[in-house]
Design a binder for this molecule. Structure first.
Ligand code: ADP
Ligand code: MG
Length: 198
């Protein structure tokens, strides 16, 4: 599903973040990348959807090299890849439901996204994913008033709105206490299995 061939990333000042990385990630698997701060985990993850461009080597998704694809194709590709962040990246003053619906903004035409005009299907889908992450009772709660674990579950729900094939999680539990971290990892594992994600 995801293949790194000889991938290196060098930042300015000759800092090497990735040094000839070769890895093949099979469809449907969960892969954890573990390493100390500065090891290159974020760089690695962001090379997959080209939030960061590698310096040399090839990143392929289902055999398609992502380096040289056009902006339109890149947008399509990114739509298939959900992201979950360490600090959640939610809009705190908005509700769980509104933040979740933000996950479909990328696929909406501009005039609808500008005014937040979500379709009935999108709203129903949001309710379904919120149920999947156990947040049905919190849909109208402002994200500012949630616990860390609930915030991250909202972040996962938002990622699922894209109907992704791939879920990239960058330190999804490092801001959480041990119990909430375990809960989130369990949610991620269950969702990846039931939805057959990678
Ligand atoms: P991790 O996520 O494992 O903490 P990163 O991928 O963020 O590691 O960083 C890997 C290395 O690349 C570190 O040495 C970091 O300082 C460096 N680095 C990351 N981003 C940049 C950047 N934009 N410019 C220069 N150096 C960077
Ligand atoms: Mg990082």
């Amino acid at each position: 599903m995801i293949t790194f061939k000889n991938v290196s990333k060098r930042y300015s000042g000759d800092r090497v973040a990735l040094d000839t990385v070769d890895v093949a990630i099979e469809r449907g698997t969960i892969v954890s990348i573990i390493g100390p701060s500065g090891a290159g985990k974020t760089t690695f993850i962001r090379c997959i959807n080209r939030l960061i461009d590698c310096t040399s080597g090839t990143v392929e998704i289902e055999g398609e090299a992502v380096q040289h694809i056009g902006s339109r194709r890149l947008k399509q590709l990114r739509r298939r890849i959900g992201m979950v962040f360490q600090n959640y990246n939610l809009v705190d003053r908005l509700t769980v439901l509104e933040n979740t619906l933000h996950g479909c903004l990328g696929a909406m035409p501009l005039h609808r996204s500008l005014f937040g005009l979500y379709s009935k299907e999108e709203k129903e889908q949001a309710l379904t994913v919120l149920e999947e992450v156990g947040l049905s009772d919190y849909i109208y709660q402002r994200c500012a008033d949630l616990s860390g674990g609930q915030k991250q579950r909202t972040g996962i729900a938002r990622a699922l709105m894209q109907k992704p094939d791939i879920l990239l999680c960058d330190e999804p539990v490092s801001s959480l206490d041990q119990q909430s971290a375990q809960d989130i990892l369990n949610y991620i594992e269950r969702i990846v299995r039931t939805r057959k994600l990678t």
